[in-house]
Design a protein around this ligand. Sequence first.
Ligand SMILES: [Zn+2]
Length: 151
Amino acid sequence: MLGLTHIGFALLCSSILKIRLTIFDVIGLALFSILPDIDLPSSELGIILRPLSHKLLEHTTHRGATHSLLFVLGILCPLRFLLPDFHLLAALGLLSHLFLDMLTPVGIEFLWPIKLRLIILDAPVNTGSKADYFIFLISSAIFIYSRISIG
Ligand SMILES: [Zn+2]
């Protein structure tokens, strides 16, 4: 999935859960929603942190270690103590990313290092496809509408 789709979907999830967001929450949620793709040098964070991204890709495959339960727990456990008010939003960003990537043909290695790919649909969504953009547009539109409605 595209980074924008992950951000839009994470924001939609926050609306569904009726979470009030400050601008800093939105920025943090957006960053955590794209963090798992740091294992891809062409991703938004991969471009910014290219040496780290290449190093990760040397040791794992895309949608491998950084798309796993171990990665999520490895991020959330220290965050629970460092930023206790933010760790649930970080969890939402990370888990919404993993959910969307399970819709792709490749799926994710959620139980990494066990090489078992999880895919949840028979009609997978390719990155950059019309379906990918559709998810981005619908998620963003519902998020914006819900924020206007809430005030
Ligand atoms: Zn991903």
